[in-house]
Ligand binder design. Sequence first.
Ligand code: BGC
Length: 758
Amino acid sequence: MKKLLFLTIAFALFISCGQQEKESDMDRFVGDLMSQMTVQEKIGQLNLITPGGGIPTGSVVSTDVEAKIKEGNVGGIFGVSGPQKVRQAQQLAIEESRLGIPMIFGSDVIHGYKTTFPIPLGISASWDMELIEKTARIAAQEATADGIFWNFSPMVDIARDPRWGRVAEGAGEDPFLGSLVAKAMVRGYQQDDLAHENTMMATVKHMALYGASEAGRDYNTVDMSRNRMFNDYMPPYKAAVDAGAGCVMSSFNDVNGIPASGNRWLLTDLLRDQWGFDGFVVSDYTSVNEMIAHGMGDLQAVSALSLKAGLDMDMVGEGFLTTLEKSLEEGKVTEAEIDLACRRILEAKYKLGLLDDPYRYFDETRPEKEILTAENRQAARDVAARSFVLLKNNNQVLPLKKSGTVALVGPLADSQNNMLGTWAPTGEHHLAVKVIDGVKIVVGDEVEILYAKGANIVDDPEYAEKINVFGPKVEIDERSPEEMIREALAVSARADVIVAVVGEASEMSGESANRTNLQLPENQKKLVRALAKTEKPLVLVMMSGRPLALVEENELANAILQVWHPGVEAGNAIADVLFGNYNPSGKLTMTFPRNVGQIPIYYAHRNTGRPQEGDTFEKFKTNYLDSPNSPLFPFGYGLSYTKFEYSEITLSKTTISADETLEARVTLTNTGDYDGEEVVQLYIRDVVTSITRPVKELKGFQKIFLKAGESKEVSFTLSEEDLKFYNYDLEFVAEPGEFIVFIGTSSDEVKETRFVLE
Ligand code: BGC
């Protein structure tokens, strides 16, 4: 601490000055500090370790943590939480290392800290940016109360392949929506003041293109055209950087032949030189070391490659710590390169206020007051209800009446361990509200509830073991599958309506949880078939971390409510929606395919030279012999208990020049019986272009609340900026000519009209 005193004075000055002065103060401050550091101490700052308290997602966790901290060999730690514990670790750095430089403390706070919100794919289905920002703000408040102020979130990887388990962690397939979500999350975590005790530094991940891993297999090769990269995959990373994200995490995959963690074009030319990123880049978990397997050389070689590429901090693998000094001696890296990385990390520490007070986040009175408050839990309940997507609702089966008898069946109806969803390492399963409990809380006095499990999540013990790697998610019943179905049928026979809670265990999606079969597990399909035969109204509550292929279930059930993994308030939120206390308003942010063979499938595809209109097979058009082209449920799709009608579109002008704007308007009418919200979506298509362009691209949306019977004019402003894309030479331009503008309730149900850009 002694050594930090003079630094503290400099920091006090920083607080009181303008932005530019702040920056030069920071420069001076960091420069002074670095002038006292040995090369090994500088390299120590580049080392990020985990003692293994969180979820170890690689095969190694750090050892000799205490000794390393004392030696000045640790820049940051993740997987440690609680103000007391974190303070102890920080004390080691401050009091026992030579220069007393504080460490940063990180974690994966992906969808809430202890107040777990729905999985991010679910949150994105709310299309509500204020709400999304609020989830990040609450997460930051709770995490910082627990001593963590650096977040490995938001994950903004565009994902168009639902085989990939990590689609659960992002905002789906669309770059426009994904960019808005990325910004909202960064704002929520950082709130323009990294030094505030309630905010945390955001890390945009995984840079880059991780969502395009071939065959939906995690960590796999990525090879794509620059055209697709810039137009479809890069925008959310850039948006997060523009919003001021303090940190970027490099991805596991290679990008056109060079692994991201050693890819200089990606981490320096693009990220820093073109986008102006001024924070630091952290590797993913041992992704530097993993370049050995990619065939890029031994640990010394890949570590040098990463540093030279612009990677600043090495997560867990210790390639930097153990080889960079040698590489320096051998002239394979320069001291200037080490200095640059060290400087970026110290700057982050400065911005976080740690060099002023290294203990600023460790207030032991905070957790009790600020974590899992009633208010936060209420927010989790609201967000969850708004994340649900009503996929089908024949004959208005939903909302259910608050009377009579409900048979509540299915392997997820009485499950507590699967409510939080994947990547909730800081959440606590025992605090989650089960579906059966939520239903009892919400309508227990009015409705008789009968329960039967009906089926296991999966029957195969080997499959179950892979899913249970972070604790029991699948428990295989001692009863035979037949006996369980019989019990479910017996219960159903006594009920007016059947609600079956089926789908995936939480760890059937997420990291290293890829699937080649996207149907419900066969044993659950058998349950659904048996229930459908009863001819009682059948409602499926579909829990999953990804789009599933639900063709058969869509035929058999009367209603399907997609609820993702809804978080700590799961049961309450599901009951709120099933019984009409909240009218669902979620819309899909990722296309639901009919079958795996259609993947990758996404609405913003380009036309072929032989497009096929509709799903009727035409020889020598683009199609399949054994499947329609269309998805089961398209991007932007989601029903409501009420009905919305759209007028034709009116335009304020049909021709605009580059400096003009036009208004596109529709009148939206709630023609049903319930008050409700509708996400009004605007898409465009550029008719004639210098490179092939998508048939439709989202360019705007508004979430509108209307009382039953009410109408409202909804207006969007379009300008040349909205019409820009990256052309063949990667210039961001709008090309004059005709545009189609579409407005509607989903990507495939729209009104359309045309205008011209002069
Ligand atoms: C994941 C990252 C995560 C990191 C640290 C990795 O396996 O890919 O998303 O932030 O582990 O937990």
